[in-house]
Write a protein that binds this ligand. Structure first.
Ligand code: BES
Ligand code: ZN
Ligand code: ZN
Length: 503
């Protein structure tokens, strides 16, 4: 989709539709139509003044434009009370708008920017939310669609071609242009992550995933190194090797580095990359197997974040460590009761082969400590228990450094990628004690599953400041929202990029 910002008189605009945001609780809507064509201005102002319900939140009214205009349609978009407006409301509206335009074949879209009297919101924040919602709401995963909705003889859905943002105040052009470019980068990363995670596991095995990652970073300053099985053996990363044993697909460890010249801080990310999680010998029941191609969502998010940061040229050094495996049952598969010596020397009793994420992360976290990061952050679809604890719209967050956690929570609030901190009381350490090894990979039966995952990982972080982001509940959704499509969500890319920007 082509994105532009340009100051223009309405009468000079040619597009399939001009979207005009309107509000229901201001005395005189005229203020919102500063530079509108005079005739149109009077008509709209009067209409809304006489019938305030037109501007209620979520109301859309499509008009055919007169032949005095080059526009084909005008869409009055109600945003409700201006006093109650916030960035998330606008983001949701942007998502809904994209869906509406697509469904009605309005493919060249112009949007009349917000006037100067948004009371609670800066114009750049409001514009950012709108563009973000629109770009993300426009996403659909169509790689394998040959026909519309699978109907024979149908056509592939038409895509939105362009969004032109028309600010009402001349001086906003530069500001919004900056916002727009940034949104484009971040949303491209989010949709890349959605694409990677939505890909079926037969076309994104560890080997093919490595190729996709290399492709994603061509033309960027991010270096991609791939450790093959032999190198993984040399590093004594037995946890990764053991999880991969049941599959014919060989494990890979991808190491990404972005090292800009002026960087003062180093952040190491570790991302879970299980391209399919069958559970291993502890085979998952059918209903849980269904969407387990999503289990590389943490690694995909790290790819997305690093791509966005490199494109935005943020001055922070980033390392990404991504263990890629398939977790399958098989003649050579890891078994319950087996003991593994992790790369850092700790011994682990395997109580459940389906708790494989923490095993591969153990070795990857230890590997990442060699980069001596200021912060170590892992992202993983680690537990189903995350959805039990916080529901499917909120990410579980934990760690050992409150300043780091607070920074992440702030970014979460600002991007509305919801997250909440869970405790790591030392009492929980007892839950993963093993009779025969240092620790086991399962917590107390039926208790605090998310926390047990975090408590386990804590054994492999050395003395680093660390955060653990469990996206087991949020990487995937079966219930789409206006700017979060069904399937992969692309969480928590926006939150992490925001955090790195503010670091
Ligand atoms: N990949 C799963 C967690 C998961 C479940 C992510 C559902 C997304 C949606 C993970 O490897 C797993 O199987 N976890 C087990 C842990 C248990 C065996 C301690 C779980 O959550 O049931
Ligand atoms: Zn599992
Ligand atoms: Zn898993």
């Amino acid at each position: 989709m082509k994105l532009m910002v340009k100051e223009s008189l309405i009468k000079n605009l040619s597009a399939d539709v001009l979207v005009i945001p309107v509000f229901s609780d201001i005395e005189n809507n005229e203020k919102l139509f500063l530079e509108l064509d005079n005739v149109l201005n009077k008509l709209l102002t009067r209409t809304i003044y006489e019938n305030k319900s037109i501007a209620e939140d979520g109301k859309l009214h499509l008009f055919y434009a007169t032949n005095r205009l080059k526009l084909k349609r005008v869409l009055l978009a109600g945003l409700g009370k201006i006093d109650e407006l916030d960035a998330e409301k606008i983001r949701l509206f942007g998502g809904k708008l994209a869906g509406y335009c697509k469904a009605n074949s309005l493919l060249d879209v112009s949007f009349l920017g917000f006037g100067y009297n948004l009371k609670n919101l800066a114009i750049d924040d409001a514009s950012q939310a709108l563009i973000e919602g629109f770009l993300l709401g426009n996403y659909s995963y169509a790689e394998f669609k040959t026909e519309d909705n699978g109907k024979k003889g149908g056509k592939k859905k038409k895509e939105i071609q362009s969004l032109l943002f028309v600010p009402q105040v001349k001086s906003d052009v530069k500001l919004i242009d900056k916002v727009l470019k940034e949104c484009e980068v971040v949303c491209r990363s989010v949709t890349l992550v959605r694409d990677l995670v939505n890909k079926p596991s037969n076309i994104i095995t560890p080997a093919l995933y490595t190729k996709e990652i290399k492709k994603a970073f061509t033309k960027t300053k991010v270096k991609v190194k791939v450790l093959e099985e032999s190198a993984i053996k040399k590093e004594k990363m037995n946890c990764i090797l053991n999880v991969a044993k049941g599959s014919v697909e060989k494990p890979k460890l991808v190491v990404l580095t972005y090292s800009p010249p002026k960087a003062k801080k180093t952040i190491a990310f570790v991302g879970k990359g299980v391209t399919f999680d069958a559970g291993g010998i502890n085979l998952k029941p059918s209903q849980w197997l269904a969407n387990m191609k999503q289990d590389m969502g943490g690694s995909a998010a790290v790819v997305g974040v690093m791509k966005a940061v490199a494109e935005l040229k943020l001055p922070v050094k980033l390392v990404g460590v991504l263990p890629l495996v398939e977790n399958m049952p098989g003649g050579k598969a890891l078994k319950t009761g087996d003991v593994i010596v992790a790369a850092n020397g700790k011994t682990i009793e395997v109580e459940n082969t389906d708790a494989e994420g923490r095993l591969i992360l153990a070795d990857a976290l230890h590997y990442a400590t060699r980069f001596k990061p200021n912060y170590l952050v892992d992202v993983a679809t680690l537990t189903g228990a995350a959805a039990v604890a916080l529901g499917s719209k909120c990410t579980s967050l934990m760690g050992n450094d409150q300043e780091l956690i607070d920074g992440l929570l702030k970014a979460s609030k600002e991007t509305h990628e919801l997250a909440w901190q869970l405790p790591m009381f030392k009492e929980y350490d007892d839950d993963i004690k093993s009779d025969i090894a240092d620790i086991k990979n399962l917590g107390a039966r039926g208790e605090a599953g998310v926390i047990a995952g975090g408590v386990f990982l804590k054994n492999f972080i050395g003395d680093n400041k660390w955060a653990h982001i469990d996206i087991g509940a949020t990487a995937w959704t079966d219930r789409p929202r206006p700017y979060v499509s069904k399937g992969a969500t692309g969480y928590p890319v926006r939150m992490l990029v925001k955090w790195l920007k503010e670091l």
